[in-house]
Design a binder for this molecule. Structure first.
Ligand code: PRX
Length: 634
């Protein structure tokens, strides 16, 4: 294997000591067996988890693309993430080590986490939340976020987490679309020493969303917030109520059908309206737990640190559900990697003896910029594996991460996946030879292809569209209340195959190289934003008539947003107005959506049918030829 790979210029082969699980040959044998019969592979994985009632069919494709998994089975992801550990050796093990940006530390064992989850489940029930009801969680990176997620799942409610960096408009849309009955938020959150006024933003979002009956407020910053009598309650006050006393504070875990929804997670698509991606109890549980086990080979003594926010899919799958199901101890850090100095992450690795760090390339590039001295002053020898997610990792960042942080010993597990896939899809395992910038090959039980527009496979090395050709257990079960959009968006480009929205190439070793999005989705610092959402935030300003947003390459963020704005009559372009428009987008959508640059234009390039040609704007911005402009309105 290693010899064949040496045709390509840069291959790094890990030392045998990094893996306890596989020698490369046995992994290859497993992959082949799984490729021959993916359903049988997933069935054998599913048997490792707790089911109240076994399933009758592993996968039902009779109504494709509305696939169902583990049909007829009953389980609850919380029975696997918590309940199961209360009677085994993990009971008193730490589930979480949490460090606040201000340096405070909080730890929680599986037992203690279960107590909190049970109490909060009672609180939700006492507010009338029932199986199938939606609850929106809008919180900073605090332990109450996993607690609230688990409490919802435990009673069969559907959580919809809205990232704490989003703002009024984004929150409002997500509450409305999900018709949530309860909102859980905080007085504020800390970031870079500043306070984000979450409750204030939530109140503004609620002015325009009518379904929420109760708001629960976690006290984090201690700032004064407005509380509406009868609607708003403080979390800590509710958590001391004598609920569920008859059961000794325990709360029974609801038995759910495999296909019952577990959560909605909104993500940006090609239209202005974000999509509520639906995941379920049964398939998602099997998918996230198994992929974490294969890609990162957790060891019982490990300290696992997925540095993503639980508010994104990475956090759902690999801060909350995957690690807990695998009985792992996770580190959660509340704040910014550079606060108060650029060695904050390395300090955390050293302090808690982190063994596996899983982070986004944008964070690595951001820290790289400060030079290696910040890392070198810390003992990082506890690290065994490093991970990467969210966007392609450029070889330069790969090498720095590998050499400076991983001491030249740690493989970089570059995992390609999406909100929609729920779990890792393309990823190495620790024993695999690596090529910087490639997420290597699909995991066992996953089949991927790179296709030309006519649906035929591209030749080796050629760019094409990445598709997944067989269903997988943690696949999205649709777009919330929009089945047509699900079919249209994912299954109509190449009928019968799932289209990822990404372009990629495949090399002579079958390694995949992800190039990037081919739709109107922009990845800024690994965060996913839709051009249409940014444009509609701009147009909601009274001075703006029309707007177009494009992605431009950026050294640290991967991509940055550039916006082109056509003003309404009576408004004059000025640097002050550009500034104001940027602030307006940040206020409406959240600071991550703020354009890097705003340019005023007299006209936008459009097709004759009125569609903005972002491709033309991008070519102009990069000083490149405009390509085929025959459809351009003259
Ligand atoms: O373009 C791919 C990129 O992120 C997209 C999915 O974004 P999101 O749903 O926000 O999920 C991010 C976390 C899983 C993909 O369509 N992407 C994700 N991981 C990688 C990646 N691009 C290259 N390499 C990766 N490892």
């Amino acid at each position: 294997m290693a010899q064949r790979l040496s045709q390509t210029p840069e291959v790094w082969t890990p030392d045998e000591s990094v893996t306890t699980r596989w020698v490369q040959q046995s992994y290859e044998a497993l992959r082949e067996k799984a490729a021959a019969n993916p359903a049988a592979f997933w069935e054998s994985e599913a048997k490792e988890y707790l089911w109240f009632r076994p399933w009758e069919r592993t996968v039902d494709d009779s109504n494709a693309p509305f696939y169902q998994w583990f049909v007829g089975g009953k389980t609850n992801i919380v029975a696997n993430a918590l309940d199961r550990h209360l009677t085994n050796a993990h009971r008193n093990k730490l589930a979480y080590i949490w460090e606040g940006e201000d340096g405070s530390v909080r730890t929680m064992s599986f037992h203690a986490l279960d107590r909190e989850v049970c109490q909060f489940a009672h609180v939700l029930r006492s507010m009338g939340v029932r199986k199938g009801d939606r609850v929106t969680l809008y919180l900073p990176r605090v332990l109450e976020l996993p607690i609230a997620m688990l409490a919802c799942a435990k009673i069969g409610a559907v959580h919809s987490v809205v990232y704490g960096g989003f703002s009024v408009e984004a929150l409002n849309e997500r509450i409305q679309d999900s018709e949530s009955r309860v909102l859980v938020t905080a007085d504020g959150g800390f970031l870079r020493g500043k306070v984000i006024p979450l409750k204030e933003i939530a109140d503004r979002a609620l002015e325009r969303a009518g379904t929420v009956e109760h708001v629960i407020v976690v006290r984090r910053t201690g700032q004064k917030v407005a509380m509406e009598t009868g609607r708003d309650y403080f979390y800590d006050e509710l958590m001391t109520l004598p609920l569920g006393r008859a059961g000794g504070g325990r709360c029974e875990t609801e038995q759910m059908d495999s296909e019952d929804p577990l959560f909605l997670l909104y993500t940006s698509g090609t239209t202005g309206r974000p999509k509520g991606i639906v995941h379920t109890h049964g398939g998602y549980l099997v998918g996230v737990a198994a992929t974490l086990k294969y890609a990162f080979e957790p060891r019982p003594e490990d300290r696992w640190w997925c540095a993503a926010d639980p508010g994104w899919i990475t956090g759902h799958s690999y801060v909350v559900y995957g690690p807990l199901i695998n009985g792992m101890t996770s580190v959660i850090y509340e704040g910014a990697p550079t606060h108060p100095y650029p060695d904050r992450w390395w300090r955390i690795v050293e302090r808690y003896g982190v063994n596996v760090l899983y982070a986004a390339p944008t964070a690595i590039r951001g820290l790289m910029r400060f030079g290696e001295a910040w890392a070198n002053r810390h003992d990082l020898s506890s690290l065994r594996l490093l991970g990467s997610v969210g966007e392609p990792i450029n070889p330069e960042a790969w090498r720095w991460y590998h050499r400076v942080i991983g001491g030249g010993r740690c493989p970089i597990i570059d995992t390609w996946w999406q909100t929609e896939t729920g779990m890792f899809m393309v990823s190495p395992v620790p024993s695999m030879p690596l090529k910087p910038g490639s997420a290597t090959r699909p995991l066992p039980g996953i089949r991927a292809e790179v296709l030309a527009d006519d649906g035929t496979p591209v030749r080796l090395g050629e760019e094409g569209k990445l598709v997944i050709t067989t269903p997988w257990p943690a696949m999205l079960r649709g777009v919330w209340r929009d089945p047509d959009r699900y079919v249209q968006q994912y299954w109509s480009t190449f009928p019968g195959k799932y289209f990822t929205g990404d372009s990629a190439r495949i090399d002579e070793d079958g390694y995949l190289w992800i190039i990037g999005r081919v739709d109107d989705v922009i990845k800024v610092s690994g965060y996913r934003l839709g051009t249409a959402e940014i444009e509609s935030a701009l147009v909601s300003h009274p001075a703006v008539g029309e707007a177009a947003a494009i992605a431009m390459p950026h050294e640290i963020k991967g991509h940055a947003i550039w916006a082109y704005v056509l003003l309404r009559a009576g408004h004059q372009p000025s640097p002050a107005l550009a500034e104001e428009l940027g602030a307006h987008v940040a206020r409406e959508m959240g600071p991550i959506a703020k354009p890097e640059r705003i340019e005023f234009v007299e006209a936008l390039p459009k097709t004759r049918s009125g569609k903005i040609m972002r491709r033309v704007l991008k070519a102009r911005a990069q000083g490149l030829p405009e390509g085929d402009v025959s459809t351009l309105e003259q």
